[in-house]
Design a protein around this ligand. Structure first.
Ligand code: NAD
Length: 398
């Protein structure tokens, strides 16, 4: 079939296998152009949320810059009759092919990382194949979570706290500037968001790995977060998702200081990039479009793979890793005063008439389509693509 993008709101419900494969090869080429990173103690890496965005980039960096053995976990839909698989599945298929070609160990478990079943599968696979993990990357962005102990489902929300949020934004269908508004989260919604995006699941993972003797002494754990500029604080940093991220940081700090675990757990604050997760946050697409233009003009723009490479380089540098609050900051270029001053100035002035001058809306659109394998250079989109339909299971390997 000929596959075209079918966009619904902030997601695209189709994905192009060849485009996704080319994106992955481009990321690997980037890593290979930058060279190996010397982290000899990191031999086995677990990446939770490995199929897209920051998780995929971290996994690719671990495989190709560290030559580490990587075990990934992701939640992706298989193809169904008349419907392509999720982009993440095509990403992982190509990543697997390239790792294999290079004789590097990679396995991906497709299933719900929040479940006991997937955690058990990871432990079983690690014991058989590679042994203890020296690094765990936690890069989940999920709309909901089933608590494995109670079977209760919790949904996360992206809402302000205590007051209504109103701001400029972009309509992702018409690409016109609109006013976005969100009502304040209830106490229950805040607690539910913490259940999904907070530290509870990270703790369950670390606990399980420790009990199964699958964490090496001094293993490094890294989770991801975002801080961003003041225009997004009410909806992100000080909103329901920000409360969940605080819980993640508190959990990470507690795990780090608990001598029983003997791990070093960090939260890395990353730059705003176009991913499936960030597209869902009101205001971010407009902010990102302006930010990209400013950062590109200053020659300091980075995408996920460039950020992931810089993060691993930071670990290898032996420099002080964290800021005064204990965060790793690879959003440092985004948050530079000169960048933020320029972004704020443009934020005030931007309207439908000047949007293409003040922001990189075209870059945003193109990055968004690329997430699903569309608009990728060198891919023939007029070619008939055969979509393999497989019986969907809730747990399988790639
Ligand atoms: P993404 O949507 O690209 O990736 C999310 C990943 O989580 C995917 O691999 C998906 O398969 C996996 N996942 C979701 N639910 C799962 C489940 N139940 N079981 C197993 N896997 C599951 O998102 P992203 O933007 O790369 O976000 C990853 C992390 O980075 C998040 O913590 C996010 O807050 C953080 N972050 C993102 C940005 C940004 O601008 N996108 C900036 C800073 C930090």
């Amino acid at each position: 079939m000929i596959i075209e993008p079918r966009i619904k709101g902030f997601i695209c419900i189709t994905a192009h296998p060849d485009g996704c494969a080319k994106n992955v090869r481009d990321s690997i080429d980037y890593i290979e152009s930058q060279g190996k990173i010397n982290l000899p103690k990191i031999k086995n890496v677990l990446v939770i949320g490995a199929s897209t965005g920051y998780g995929l980039s971290s996994a690719i960096t671990a495989t190709f810059a560290l030559k580490a053995n990587v075990l990934g976990v992701a939640f992706e839909k298989n193809a169904q009759r008349g419907r392509t698989a999720g982009a993440g599945l095509y990403n992982l298929e190509e990543y697997q092919k390239q790792a294999q070609k290079n004789g590097l160990y990679l396995k991906n478990i497709i299933g719900d990382a929040f479940s006991n079943e997937v955690k058990a599968k990871v432990c079983e696979t690690a014991k058989t194949d590679i042994g203890k993990f020296d690094m765990v990357i936690y890069s989940i962005a999920a709309p909901s979570r089933i608590d494995p102990n109670t079977n209760e489902r919790y949904a996360s929300v992206i809402k302000p706290i205590g007051k209504e949020y109103k701001s400029k934004g972009i309509d992702l269908n018409s690409y016109k500037i609109i006013e976005t508004a969100a009502q304040p989260a209830t106490d229950e919604e805040i607690e539910n968001t913490k259940k999904v995006m907070g530290g509870e699941d990270l703790e369950l993972w670390i606990d399980m790995l420790k009990k199964q003797d699958l964490l090496s002494d001094g293993a490094v754990v890294v989770s991801y977060s975002y801080i961003g500029p003041s225009v997004t604080h009410d909806i992100y940093l000080n909103g329901s998702i920000g409360m969940a991220k605080n819980h993640l940081k508190e959990t990470s700090d507690r795990l780090s200081s608990d001598k029983n675990y003997n791990i070093k757990s960090y939260v890395s604050v990353n730059k705003a990039v176009v991913t499936q997760a960030s597209s869902a946050i009101p205001t971010l697409p407009l902010y990102i479009s302006i930010l990209f233009k400013v950062m590109k003009e200053k020659n300091i723009h980075e995408n996920c793979i460039e950020q992931a490479y810089r993060l691993f380089k930071k670990f290898a540098s032996g420099e002080n890793l964290t800021d005064e609050n204990g965060f790793i900051r690879i959003d440092d270029w985004e948050m530079r005063d000169d960048v933020q001053c320029e972004v704020t100035d443009r934020w005030e002035k931007i309207d439908d008439g000047n949007i293409n001058i003040l922001s990189d809306l075209e870059g945003y659109k193109s990055d968004f389509l690329k997430l699903f394998g569309f608009g990728v250079d060198g891919v023939d989109y007029s070619k008939d693509v055969e979509i393999e339909v497989e019986e969907t299971e809730n747990l399988f390997f790639i």
